[in-house]
Design a protein around this ligand. Structure first.
Ligand SMILES: [Zn+2]
Length: 435
């Protein structure tokens, strides 16, 4: 078997910043590794520089196929101050540094390791195991998962569950090491607000111009929150946490289970529960302002773009109405949905196996279902009726905050976590029975 650490170092050194991505070298490097196990493979691409690899290990035909999917593109490092070269693949103080080590080249290497190990073993899995190494996750999957699902769905026709990011590593709350495992994700809804008022000559100041109303709109968005919605995945998550906490943490978690008292819980334990808050409501973040072309002309219209994220129990119309209540009737609200609404209730069939795999390595750890605040490629596979799970298991040292390092400066992974992570993925493949 290959050394996952050395392979991850090589993979990090291939700059796959998306855009433009240029994932071809990374995909072909992994293809070379998988080839050594004599596995059937297909490369499919909308653009040859941005290929996707699909490999399949035939099973015994006793269970539906299981898909592992991971992306090799990474987000930009522009304007970030890194202590070490983000594409150097250096090992320093027990960490492998670099862009993508957490999101998600490290996980892809673990997947490939488990996959090759399974292919080389004497016992075929219960069902076919499919591995998809993908381009373009960080920019909507147009060249990656979305392209495959829309143009080559036959490769996934027999798949029931897929495994991808995000989850399987510790998130400590109230002294307990929880392991969130993604079973649902929020949908991305892009809002365009048009703020209009009379414009004119810059030498004649006017009150209530579009620029001033933009200020009011942004202030309202800063001050007000949309109402709490507890979706099925969130309820499962909190119920899983209540059982394993005590005292004030447990009391606060119980308050979270009720839409009327959830806000009080966040006020009670703002530091600890703050990390969970985004999955309890629809949220918007203002990201782009367009307006004003000339320094001496007061603009008549300003456009404001909001990155909106919607919980699975809501719908875009309801979310738009919630937003209108915050920004007021004078602002025109338009929106576009990226992807489709997933099922309101996740299929939890695979969860016990994933939880078991983690608990064997960390008996004090508590795996919980998790609603992912952001979108992943899982949403595209969900369109084929596949239940996505976020499970890239890592035993991380206390104080190591995965969420704060992914997409950020100094992204790095503990070297010691890679091999056990690959072993846990192998256990999952080996013990999968269709569940
Ligand atoms: Zn990712």
């Amino acid at each position: 078997m290959f050394d996952p650490v050395a392979v991850l170092q090589d993979l990090v050194r291939l700059d796959t910043t998306n855009p433009p991505g240029n994932e071809a070298a990374a995909v072909s490097m992994l293809q070379g590794i998988i080839e050594t196990a004599g596995v059937e493979m297909t490369v499919l691409s909308r653009d040859p520089e941005r290929p996707n690899l699909i490999a399949r290990i035939p099973g015994r035909g006793e269970a539906p196929a299981l898909l592992m999917q991971g992306h090799v593109d990474v987000v930009t490092t522009a304007d970030q101050a890194w202590a070490h070269d983000p594409f150097g693949g250096e090992i320093i103080d027990g960490f492998l540094w670099g862009r993508g080590t957490l999101d998600m080249k490290g996980a892809v290497v673990m997947m490939v390791h488990a996959f090759v190990r399974l292919a080389l073993s004497d016992s075929p899995p219960a069902g076919d195991v499919v591995l998809a190494v993908l381009s373009d996750e960080e920019n909507s999957g147009y060249f990656g998962a979305k392209y495959l699902v829309e143009n080559h769905p036959e490769h996934f026709a027999d798949v029931k569950y897929c495994i991808g990011e995000f989850g399987g590593f510790p998130m400590p709350i109230g002294g307990t090491r929880f392991y969130p495992i993604q079973v649902a994700e929020r949908l991305s809804v892009r809002f365009e607000l048009a703020i209009t008022a009379e414009g004119g000559h810059g030498s004649l100041p006017r009150r209530g111009a579009a620029m001033a109303r933009l200020g009011k709109t942004l202030t309202a968005l800063e001050r007000k929150r949309m109402p709490v919605h507890i979706s099925a995945a969130t309820r499962l998550m909190v119920e899983g946490m209540v059982e394993h906490t005590t005292g004030i943490t447990q009391r606060a978690l119980r308050l979270l289970l009720n839409e009327r008292t959830a806000d009080a819980a966040f006020r009670l334990l703002p530091g600890q529960l703050g990390v969970l808050e985004p999955v309890f409501r629809n949220t918007v973040s203002p990201t782009i302002v367009r307006g004003g072309k000339k320094h001496n002309v007061v603009p008549a219209e300003i456009r404001l773009t909001l990155d909106g994220r919607m919980v699975p129990s809501s719908n875009p119309e309801e979310m738009a109405a919630e937003l209108r209540r915050i920004v007021g009737p004078d602002v025109d609200v338009g929106y576009a949905v990226d992807g489709k609404l997933g099922p309101r209730e996740p299929d939890m069939g695979l969860f016990p196996l994933l939880a078991d795999v983690v608990k064997r390595r960390d008996p004090d750890g508590v795996p919980i279902p998790f609603l992912m605040p952001a979108a992943t490629d899982g949403r595209w596979f969900a369109e084929l009726g596949i239940q996505p799970y976020g499970f890239t298991p890592l035993l991380l040292p206390d104080g190591f905050a995965f969420q704060e390092l992914a997409h950020a400066a100094d992204e790095r992974i503990p070297v010691a976590a890679l091999e056990p992570g690959a072993d846990m993925m192998f256990d999952m493949l080996n013990e999968y029975r269709g569940q």
